[in-house]
Design a binder for this molecule. Structure first.
Ligand code: NAP
Length: 317
């Protein structure tokens, strides 16, 4: 076990975590930030970020994350590639354990573990993941050059990624369970104008078929109950997210979907434990809002630790 008690440990390396790293580093807390299995989280899988202010021509997700990391490190944030496997919150200082077998203690924690793509949960999905079933158009779109693919979902992610796929594929069939998209108007307009798009409304996927790779989908119209089979080369699933909060089950208050509950100061149900980004935000889930929440959590963690240290050593500079 490391003998030192850190002022702050940050878990997660998406925009929320790296912003918390930048702010706590600049306030001389020497933050220790654990990245998880790879740096950047969901943003690293996004090819084009067009709505993060300051980049009028857009920027790729991996580039944006690299810049955020560099900026945090410039002020002394220690970014460590390791995954936190346990957090002990009953006693203060808090204890965290990592996959590499390290144990650390900290006066405050900032949780920014984000969210992961939701699965459809239909037969064939698991077996054919990586063989035609994908959750990342940026990673896998290239392999479908000249082919026909399906995108499941009607939100921003589904339409944005379907638009990206049109660079490679001949046709994108968007399968949505309603007859109206959830995606914002600008995206909808771009999709509706795009000749490579075809919309299959009021329809759900009930099974994915194929031996070595995806060959077809079983579909059901939710209004008529009619079932059909559609030949397809690949399927990209964008049906929302699940918060990465398993680590905190039974330790921190969560809503019924598993998102951590925070107050307006980013404080969780345990004093000194703050949360930022998609782990506590089921509503906005934007890079810009995650950055803002990471900043707020850092400012509050700094205040918490300063008050703690002032109580322990009153009058010391
Ligand atoms: P989302 O907005 O929750 O949309 C999920 C979509 O999947 C919805 O259309 C939903 O249908 C559908 N769906 C859910 N469960 C399903 C199931 N079991 N079978 C079939 N369809 C299912 O999720 P998201 O698109 O991942 O976006 C998450 C958040 O990130 C949102 O706040 C979004 O605005 C944000 N985001 C923003 C951008 C951007 O601004 N450029 C890009 C990506 C994401 P219903 O519509 O019927 O509910």
């Amino acid at each position: 076990m490391s003998e030192d008690v850190e002022k702050v440990i940050i878990i997660g390396s998406g925009p929320a975590g790296l912003t918390a790293g930048l702010y706590t580093a600049r306030s001389e807390m020497r933050p220790l930030l654990f990245t998880g299995s790879e740096i950047g989280g969901q943003v690293s899988l996004t090819m084009e970020v067009e709505n993060y202010p300051g980049f009028p021509d857009g920027i790729t997700g991996p580039e944006l994350i690299q810049l955020m990391q560099k900026q945090a490190e410039r002020f002394g944030c220690r970014v460590v590639v390791d995954t936190v496997t346990e957090v002990l919150l009953d006693e203060h200082p808090f204890t965290i354990k990592t996959q590499s077998g390290k144990v650390h203690r900290a006066k405050s924690l900032i949780l920014a573990t984000g969210a992961r793509p939701r699965r459809l949960g239909v037969p064939g999905e698991k077996e054919l993941t990586g063989r035609g079933v994908s959750y990342c158009a940026t990673c896998d779109g290239f392999f479908f050059r000249g082919k026909e693919v399906a995108v499941v979902g009607g939100g921003d992610a589904a339409i944005e990624e379907a638009l990206f796929l049109t660079r490679y594929v001949n046709k994108v069939k968007v399968i949505h369970r309603r007859d109206q998209l959830r995606a914002h108007a600008a995206l909808q307009q771009r999709a509706l104008r795009n000749e490579k798009f075809e919309f299959i409304w009021n329809t759900v996927v009930t099974a994915i078929h194929g031996e070595q790779k995806v060959t077809s989908l079983s579909l059901q119209n939710v209004q008529t109950g009619e079932e059909s089979e559609m030949p397809i080369d690949g399927v990209f699933v964008y049906v929302g997210h699940i918060p990465n909060s398993q680590l905190f089950a039974g330790k921190l208050a969560m809503d019924e979907q598993g998102y951590l509950i925070t107050d307006r100061f980013m404080q969780t149900s345990v004093r000194g434990v703050f949360a930022a980004g998609e782990i506590q935000d089921s509503r906005f889930q934007q890079i810009a809002t995650s950055v803002g929440q990471g900043c707020a959590a850092a400012l509050e963690a700094e205040k918490f630790v300063a008050e703690l240290e002032e109580r322990a050593y009153p009058g010391e500079p």
